[in-house]
Design a protein around this ligand. Structure first.
Ligand SMILES: Cc1cc2nc3c(=O)[nH]c(=O)nc-3n(C[C@H](O)[C@H](O)[C@H](O)COP(=O)(O)O)c2cc1C
Length: 242
């Protein structure tokens, strides 16, 4: 046996998003190990459409943080128009943005997708040229980055903002990324200040169906809304803003 189920389950269960990092540097060898795992990720038709930029330069990181903070001011205004209980925890913060949690992570790994690899797939009248495979493949390597970081005693945060259209444009220029590349998400990695507590996970029985969809398990709109409120509240409490 390569690895016991119990060990793997423990790794998956204890991997949590980390928002507070120690300033300690992450050894190059750890970053290499993480990327070594990432390159073995499964991808549609084995296209492996990914490339990685390891960002350690503090000056570059600071510029990215500033752009991100600017954009947050606008999105906060939009967020405040939502029902109060559904608002993102950061909507309660004032306009002077503190540095986001990932700012303290010494190493950031930006995942890029080269769309030319979409041509690995057969053209089908009802499908785009491998679009779904492309994004799923990027997610596949990305999850492995987080899990391998955890296995090395590191913490990581999944940063979606890098993929937002305005960030795409700025990051292409700032990091000299060829225009056609899609910027996927960014993993911000470092040694965690603390191990976050276990989080809420939906019960297995509620999401598994046997042979056919069991309508008795179909969740009403109210139940879904209740779930969204519960996880939003939990995140707000974790962020200490309620
Ligand atoms: C597709 C996706 C996008 C995410 N984007 C962000 C993000 O932009 N910022 C962030 O802090 N966390 C982000 N996360 C992390 C999730 O909020 C987090 O995984 C989820 O709340 C579960 O918590 P855990 O990672 O601690 O188990 C993202 C996760 C996924 C899968």
């Amino acid at each position: 046996m390569i690895m016991s189920y119990d060990n793997f389950y423990e790794l998956v269960k204890t991997r949590r998003s980390v928002h507070r990092f120690k300033p300690d540097p992450v050894p190059d060898e750890y970053v290499e190990k993480i990327l070594e795992v990432a390159r073995w990720a499964p991808s549609g038709a084995n296209a492996q459409p990914w490339e990685f930029i390891v960002i350690r330069d503090r000056g570059l990181q600071q510029k990215i943080i500033e752009i991100h903070k600017q954009s947050q001011t606008v999105s906060k205004r939009m967020e405040l128009a939502r029902e109060e209980d559904l608002r993102h925890p950061t909507a309660y913060m004032n306009n002077t943005w503190a540095d986001p949690g990932y700012a303290g992570a010494p190493v950031w790994i930006l995942v890029l997708g080269d769309p030319r690899y979409k041509e690995t797939f057969l053209v089908h009248p009802l499908l785009t040229y491998g679009d779904a495979n492309f994004y799923s493949s990027l997610a596949s390597t990305f999850v492995l980055i987080h899990l391998s970081a955890k296995s090395l005693g590191l913490g990581s945060q999944w940063m979606t903002s890098a993929a937002l259209p305005f960030m795409q444009a700025l990051l292409h220029d700032m990091l000299n990324i060829p225009r056609q590349f899609y910027i996927y998400d960014m993993a911000c990695i470092g040694f965690p200040v603390e191990q976050p507590k276990p989080r809420l996970v939906r019960p297995l029985d509620e999401m598994v169906h046997h042979d056919r969809y069991e309508m008795s398990k179909y969740r009403s709109n109210e139940q879904v809304l209740e779930h969204i409120k519960t996880v939003s509240l939990a995140r707000q409490q974790a962020a200490g803003r309620r």
